[in-house]
Design a protein around this ligand. Structure first.
Ligand code: AMP
Ligand code: GLY
Length: 422
């Protein structure tokens, strides 16, 4: 089978690495891919958001399955585009239809869905520019810190947590006035949840689901979880505090009602569901849904899946996932992200990456890295995810940290405290 993977990050490198291990695959294409994905297939210069070009490529090259990495094409309806086109509807797309992708694309939609199906989450109210005054009044009734969330996709910039009432009013005004474009025209004011975050993932065919390993992501740029939000600076799986009791609450209170809700709403959801959760005194609450794998969570979860991922994807597209068993590697996997200094603000690109050949006992998943001739250069904020297995977290971390030190490029930065709080 020929497979096309859409995306260009460490997550897509991890997907390509895993998909290449399947006996069912004859060829992998990645659009647009990066220096890592091309080790497993052919990178093609097509923008995943240009559905016509993706569709043409799929037909011309007899691709049978499309695996969608990032959220934007899903929220823009790539699965529906395939289903609505006579020449494309037989192609399997791993990623939900637009209505399912709204669980990530609109936080207001996600909250209504959770409300309707009794899924625990922080209480909230949604406002827009026309209900500005009511928003300010509601803010006065809230306890601090105030959590303000843009309704739409905002590339990690849509959530602001503030202690000061006036700052919250100013932030609300600037969102209503278009600071985040359309994404911020509706804003949710949400109760703050005090707890520790983790993410749980499932693969679903829209009827049944398989639980994948959970992970903890480190989102802030600075050690001790300080500074600006990033796409993610590292991850650990499994998560020690997510014991059997907690995970069984997640399954019965969150996963099962979510799948049941999708069935009731007639959402044909085929793909990953990423449950961003808060553990508040032992009880799980949903912080957010994402409709894809996480990045860098994929760089620890995918290495822990022992089963053939393509075989599972085929079962997803045929709605036969209930026949499958997922085998999970019991080892711990961690990843440490090497980034360009300055990220998530501005940073330089085009720095040569050295000593990659000296890396032992880790798997490198490239993100913002490109190849020119025989050399690899930095090409983005997040550059390389250094993933390692270990019999425990400490062993896995010592491997990743040893290699994080060995790999060198000008203005390399990484957090030195991934997993230390666990
Ligand atoms: P989101 O994009 O909804 O995942 O929010 C980004 C981050 O903001 C989350 O990963 C949390 O760290 C934090 N956050 C969001 N909502 C809340 C909340 N209600 N209470 C506490 N922290 C939150
Ligand atoms: N690492 C968080 C995300 O992928 O959304």
């Amino acid at each position: 089978m020929k497979i096309l993977i859409l995306g260009s990050g460490g997550r897509e490198h991890a997907l390509a690495w895993k998909i290449a291990q399947s006996t069912l695959v004859t060829k992998i294409f990645i659009a647009p891919g990066n220096a890592g994905t091309e080790l497993f297939g052919e990178n093609i210069q097509i923008n995943p958001d240009d559905f016509n070009s993706v569709g043409e490529f799929v037909i011309e090259n007899k691709v049978e399955m499309v695996v969608v990495g990032p959220e934007v094409p899903l929220v823009n309806g790539i699965s529906d585009y395939f289903l609505d086109n006579d020449r494309l509807k037989s192609i399997s797309v791993i990623g939900p239809v637009k209505k399912g992708a709204m669980l990530e694309g609109s936080k207001d939609f996600a909250k209504s869905f959770m409300g309707k199906y009794g899924i625990p989450t922080a209480r909230h109210k949604t406002f827009d520019a026309d209900s500005r005054e009511e928003a300010f009044q509601f803010l006065e009734t809230m306890d601090t810190p105030y959590v303000l969330k843009a309704d739409g996709l905002a590339a990690g910039k849509g959530v602001v947590i503030l202690n000061d009432y006036q700052k919250a009013v100013d932030e609300l005004n600037s969102m209503f006035d278009g600071k985040l474009g359309e994404a911020g025209k509706k804003v949710l004011l949400e109760e703050f949840m005090d707890g520790i975050e983790l993410s749980v993932f499932v693969l679903t065919d829209g009827k049944t689901y398989k639980i994948l390993p959970e992970a903890k992501d480190y989102k802030r740029i600075g050690e001790g979880d300080t500074g600006l939000n990033t796409g993610g600076m590292g991850a650990v799986s499994p998560v020690p505090f997510a014991d059997r009791n907690f995970l069984s609450k997640v399954e019965t209170r969150i996963i099962q009602p979510t799948i049941k809700g999708m069935i009731r709403e007639k959402i044909d959801y085929k793909g990953f569901v990423f449950f961003g959760l808060m553990n508040v005194k032992g009880d799980p609450y949903v912080v957010e849904y994402n409709v894809r794998m996480g990045d860098p969570e994929a760089e620890v979860i995918i290495p822990r899946i022992k089963s053939d991922l393509v075989d599972l994807f085929v079962a997803v597209s045929e709605s036969k996932l209930s026949n499958k068993v997922i085998e999970i590697d019991q080892r711990t996997a961690v990843t440490v992200m090497l980034v360009s200094e300055g990220y998530p603000g501005s940073y330089d690109k085009g720095k040569v990456i050295k000593s990659l050949e000296k890396v032992k006992d880790s798997i490198l998943f490239y993100a913002g890295a490109c190849r020119k001739g025989n050399e690899i250069f930095t090409n983005g904020g997040r550059v390389i995810a250094v993933s390692s297995y270990g019999s425990d977290k400490d062993q896995a971390l010592s491997r990743s940290y040893r290699n994080a030190q060995i790999i060198s490029f000008d203005k390399k930065y990484y957090r030195r405290d991934i997993g230390f709080d666990l």
